[in-house]
Design a protein around this ligand. Structure first.
Ligand code: GRG
Length: 294
């Protein structure tokens, strides 16, 4: 049983990445339209677990990378969190999931207005690449990371499109896994692959493990939608079941879905097994993906 103290680790990554996000938003706001940048800051600095940045940093550290202030892994982590945040802002829009609560606060289109939420999401997407590529020159890792980020973001949009189609044409188990691999798995895979590239220049073959973590994360999310409260989640609970959404718990039942999430997590852990003590945080994060309560 691991004794790794995950809460302080997550808090440390959150503090470092939020300092970088705050600075990027402050820089961007200089001379830009106040309302747009207020909405961007509102979305970026509303908390959240910062799981993807933690995965980036933990993977980089597993290969001996520095994840302190000014490091490439931290820069990539902040860019990835910008992409993730844009996806949440757009996913909450009336034309998508039509949600009024996110990270315990009114969604961006509720706190501001719909057009501002669309534009804030758009700007976050381009800001992510500007932030990543405007750093100090390196040996070509930043452009490679930009490709990882772009590809993860494109897969995520594909997943969202498949998710919308699934409302009218039931996708079946393989279809659900395919859409979840894209919608959720792609950014989690980009986190571990990007952490490895930022630290070593190569992906270290971590893509498949990242996708498994993504599936485990999404199944855990679908289980939480059934069992957790809106207050715990900071977003409306029970929405997927009410909408009759095709999820693994809906298709296979709660017990089998939980078993599959644990299996995917175990398979990811096996991929990290050879990484030694420096990968303790990464292994603890993999377990957190399925054990989390929010
Ligand atoms: C609209 C372009 C576009 C994409 C939407 C990621 C996504 C695709 C939609 C968000 C809603 C959703 C259920 C996504 C699945 C992944 C997921 C559970 C995201 C929430 O991630 P957390 O729990 O959020 O890490 P925090 O707030 O902790 O960062």
């Amino acid at each position: 049983m691991s004794t790794f103290a995950l809460d302080p680790y997550l808090a440390g990554v959150a503090a470092r990445v939020e300092a970088e996000l705050r600075e990027a938003a402050r820089e961007g706001a200089r001379g830009g339209p106040a309302r747009l940048w207020e909405a961007i800051s509102y979305a970026l600095l509303a908390g959240g677990k910062r799981l993807r940045p933690a995965l980036v940093c933990a993977t980089a550290e597993a290969f001996g990378g520095d994840t302190g202030e000014g490091s490439l892994p931290l820069r990539f982590a902040a860019s990835l969190e910008m992409i993730h945040t844009y996806s949440l802002v757009h996913d909450d829009l009336p034309s998508m999931d039509d949600d009024d609560l996110r990270r315990g606060r009114p969604t961006v289109h509720k706190a501001f207005d719909e057009a501002t939420a669309v534009l804030a999401g758009d700007a976050l997407q381009s800001l992510a690449f500007e932030h990543l590529l405007a750093g100090p020159p390196d040996d070509g890792r930043a452009p490679r990371l930009a490709v990882v980020l772009a590809s993860g973001a494109t897969r995520m949009v594909e997943g969202q499109s498949l998710d919308l189609q699934a409302e009218t044409v039931p996708p079946g188990l393989e279809g659900v896994l395919d859409l979840q691999r894209r919608k959720t798995g792609a950014l989690l895979a980009a986190s571990v692959v990007g952490g490895a590239i930022a630290a070593t220049g190569g992906d270290q073959g971590l893509g498949p493990a990242g996708l498994k973590l993504g599936l485990a994360f999404q199944i855990a999310d679908d289980l939480l939608d059934l069992t957790a409260t809106t207050a715990d989640l900071g977003k409306r609970a029970g929405k997927d079941a009410a909408a009759g959404k095709a999820t693994l718990p809906a298709l296979l039942g709660v017990e089998e879905a939980r078993r599959r999430a644990d299996d995917y997590c175990e398979e990811a852990l096996q991929a990290f097994a050879g990484l030694g003590e420096r990968a303790e945080a990464l292994r603890a994060l993999a377990r957190f993906v399925v054990s989390r309560r929010k």
